[in-house]
Design a protein around this ligand. Sequence first.
Ligand SMILES: NC(=O)C1=CN([C@@H]2O[C@H](COP(=O)(O)OP(=O)(O)OC[C@H]3O[C@@H](n4cnc5c(N)ncnc54)[C@H](O)[C@@H]3O)[C@@H](O)[C@H]2O)C=CC1
Ligand SMILES: O=C([O-])CC(=O)C(=O)O
Length: 324
Amino acid sequence: MKKPLRVTITGAAGQIGYALAFRIASGDMLGKDQPVILQLLEIPPAMDALKGVAMELDDCAFPLLQDIICTDDPNVGFKDSNVALLVGARPRGPGMERKDLLEANGKIFGPQGKAINDHASRDVKVLVVGNPANTNALIAQANAPDINPRQFTAMTRLDHNRALAQLAGKTGQHHTAIKGMIIWGNHSATQYPDIAHCTVDGKGAKDLVDEGWYKDDFIPTVQQRGAAIIKARGASSAASAASAAIDHIRDWHLGSNGEWVSMAVPSDGSYDIKEGVIYSFPVICKDGDYEIVQGLDIDDFSRERMDLTDKELREERDGVKDLL
Ligand SMILES: NC(=O)C1=CN([C@@H]2O[C@H](COP(=O)(O)OP(=O)(O)OC[C@H]3O[C@@H](n4cnc5c(N)ncnc54)[C@H](O)[C@@H]3O)[C@@H](O)[C@H]2O)C=CC1
Ligand SMILES: O=C([O-])CC(=O)C(=O)O
């Protein structure tokens, strides 16, 4: 049997945490042959609810689940962690933008970054889900100087999957027929869902849809999908967010089989996005690592949108200077 991997979930008693823990324990994220230990981190007022989650996990009798650790101490929660899912944070309500959460949530990610630095496995893969995800990831990264900065990522896979669903619906094809989808930039309303390099069943996506639909329907629908879910459900996306987090880590850990997926990762100058922000790029995952897809042609329409979302990320960064 493989050695168990330790997976930390923060905010594990919250709605995304509740949707995540069971799927991870059943092997959906790290593989059906990979034992796991769940390290569930919450804040003191949620510890009773967390106990209930652990009781239900016990009651599932998952063959791969080796142990469950429930704690409100980040130093315990991140101890030897191989995968850290930073979900615990306040969600937005109607009428809010995700960056409105920066003040309330930003303070969570500095101490958690430090606890990761001090206690996690040196190869820990960190995914920040709590909003505003990209800038929270930057805060965690800045507080973990001993961990390779590339190991801090934020989630735009939900946006990527939403974009696949919209294009599949429009073209009448299954979403598995779509290749080369890209989300650029911030997990916010400035994100740029780009179909310029996309194919649907081998045909160029741009030739299959009219430009008006692409610019006036597709792009805003994907950008505003989180708000639309909040309006419909009265609460933000949870099961779909958990599913996207599982996709993100599964591909990073096990590989994306040559497919492009979107991950918000530290910018390295690719596509003229200067270092210093956590920006969503198309990546290919292989051997437990990711590489930004290089050499794509960027037209003026794309350039403008890629720069706009970059500008927003740098403004968010300036707003949290004291936490970096
Ligand atoms: N990146 C993305 O695509 C998405 C991000 N989100 C974000 O994920 C976050 C969580 O959403 P939900 O699960 O719906 O919220 P929720 O309110 O149901 O759960 C959040 C949980 O985090 C816990 N928590 C708060 N501070 C904590 C801390 N310092 N340490 C550990 N746990 C802590 C709370 O006690 C609560 O149980 C929100 O910020 C939301 O906006 C949601 C959907 C998609
Ligand atoms: O919209 C929100 O606040 C939650 C979220 O990030 C999403 O669903 O994309």
